[in-house]
Design a protein around this ligand. Structure first.
Ligand SMILES: [Zn+2]
Ligand SMILES: [Zn+2]
Length: 461
């Protein structure tokens, strides 16, 4: 077994050094219950090598009661220490008080670890008996699963780990992009990991998927073939700030690299969205928005009861004309803005001094919108409340968990009431006179009784 995590060092007198490793979470004893944890003692005498005098290992286990059974008591420390001393300089041999002190410290340290483990296993035993009804059979994983995962996390760098669950099967990693935005990747390691790829969850515009996963078995019979893969080339020192990682060819570290590359590919998209969020009045989504959301609903005109535009940016070429730009508000205003926008895109829009204006990709999306529509309300000048049109049926602005805005509008310009599509569908559905044709339901506006229709798919599921 290989234990190379040296996070705690105890320095004794000048002639003795007590090294211990208790890793990877020295201050958190609950982890020592689940992780292979070891404590080794070694004495260093002047220039001679440090013989390991004894070691204590706890293997991961699923039953709290068996933790302590698995502790291998350190035996024969004194004999082995004297063996070690035999080969050392004469100076040390005369220092019996120092040797005794060393042994006492070693003894105390082992007791301490043992107690810590006992306490943590008692606590876990209690929490297991009270809760966990939904999880009666904890997953049993091979011991080298933990060594493998820890070695992979060493490669990724401990600075980049946000959280790890107590079983070491759900790991949340993070990366900071070139503009200082933080992105997280959640990895779920299944029972067949690393033979099977972990399940990834992230907040990217296009779902992040692992491209290259090399199945790897951790079963003992394969260990000769695979040990090189998961133990080799692994540097065990604690990660210092932004240390450059060695190049990796497999495993979680490669997944992390692929994730970093994916994050990198969305830089221009997020720059455009951040620009819009900072300088316009964004009505939807509620800011700060999740990074996967490419849509924005922004205030365009405060007049006529508020007109807003809903646009979605292209992932790879965010500065192209948004393909799905639509306007929301009073129908007559909306059709005016729509033709105005179409002219701008076509390059036929003339401004006051006679020059024509056109959508150009060397401008940001916000600059294009401002050129097209003139001064659009900004975060500071517009009160989002002006655009908070209430639904004429439920009298609220945002509906449901998604916070949907009243999107449907009565076509009668004297009425121009707004409704949530779902509210309007339910209203029309309740009318005996309503009829459904293809995917729309037709009826009359609850206020002005003029004809109105809405898509059928807007029914509340
Ligand atoms: Zn409503
Ligand atoms: Zn109406």
């Amino acid at each position: 077994m290989k234990h190379a995590h040296s996070n705690i060092e105890y320095y004794g007198s000048s002639s003795t050094t007590l090294l211990s490793s208790l890793n990877p979470f020295p201050e958190c004893t609950t982890y020592s219950y689940l992780l292979e944890c070891s404590l080794s003692l070694s004495a260093s005498f002047s220039d001679t090598s440090m013989p390991i005098l004894g070691s204590l290992s706890v293997l991961p286990t699923t039953k709290a009661s068996t933790v302590i059974d698995r502790i291998t008591e350190i035996e024969g420390v004194e004999e082995r220490l004297s063996d070690a001393i035999r080969g050392c300089d004469a100076n040390f041999k005369t220092q019996t008080p120092a040797v005794e002190k060393f042994l006492q410290r070693a003894e105390a340290l082992f007791r301490e670890l043992e107690n810590a483990l006992q306490n943590s296993s008692c606590r876990q035993g209690q929490s297991r008996s009270t809760g966990d009804a939904d999880d009666p059979k904890p997953m049993v994983l091979p011991a080298n699963f933990y060594s493998y995962v820890v070695s992979q996390l060493d490669l990724i760098g401990w600075d980049n780990i946000v959280s790890i669950d107590s079983r070491l099967t759900v790991i949340v990693l993070k990366t900071v992009d070139s503009s200082g935005r933080t992105h997280e990747l959640r990895l779920e390691l299944g029972e067949d990991f690393p033979n099977q790829a972990p399940i990834c969850t992230s907040d990217l515009p296009i779902e992040f998927e692992i491209e290259n996963w090399r199945p790897l078995s951790l079963h003992p019979e394969n260990s000769d073939a695979t040990s090189g893969v998961f133990m080799g080339n692994t540097s065990f020192e604690l990660t210092s700030k932004k240390r450059s990682r060695p190049s990796v060819s497999a495993g979680l570290a490669l997944v992390y690299e692929e994730f970093e590359a994916a994050v990198d590919s969305y830089q221009s998209l997020w720059n455009e969205l951040d620009n819009i969020d900072a300088n316009t009045c964004v009505l939807e989504p509620i800011l700060p928005a999740r990074r996967s959301i490419r849509e924005r609903r922004i205030a365009i005109r405060a007049s006529a009861g508020g007109i807003s535009a809903v646009l979605s940016l292209d992932c790879k070429r965010p500065r192209t004309v948004p393909s799905s730009l639509r306007f929301v508000g009073a129908t007559s205003e909306v059709s005016k803005l729509r033709s105005h926008f179409n002219e701008y895109v076509a390059g036929t829009l003339k401004c006051d001094d006679g020059l024509t204006l056109q959508w150009r990709e060397d401008r940001t999306v916000r600059e294009n919108l401002e050129l097209c529509f003139g001064d659009i309300p900004s975060k500071n000048t517009a009160d989002g409340g002006e655009f908070e049109i209430e639904c004429g049926i439920c009298y609220t602005n945002r509906l449901g968990e998604d916070g949907l805005l009243p999107d449907a509008c009565c076509g009668n310009t004297c009425c121009a009431r707004s409704y949530h599509e779902t509210c309007l569908f339910e209203w029309l559905h309740s009318l005996p006179s309503a009829r459904i044709s293809f995917d729309r339901i037709f009826g009359t506006c609850p206020y002005c009784c003029e004809p109105i229709s809405v898509k059928v798919k807007c029914a509340r599921s």
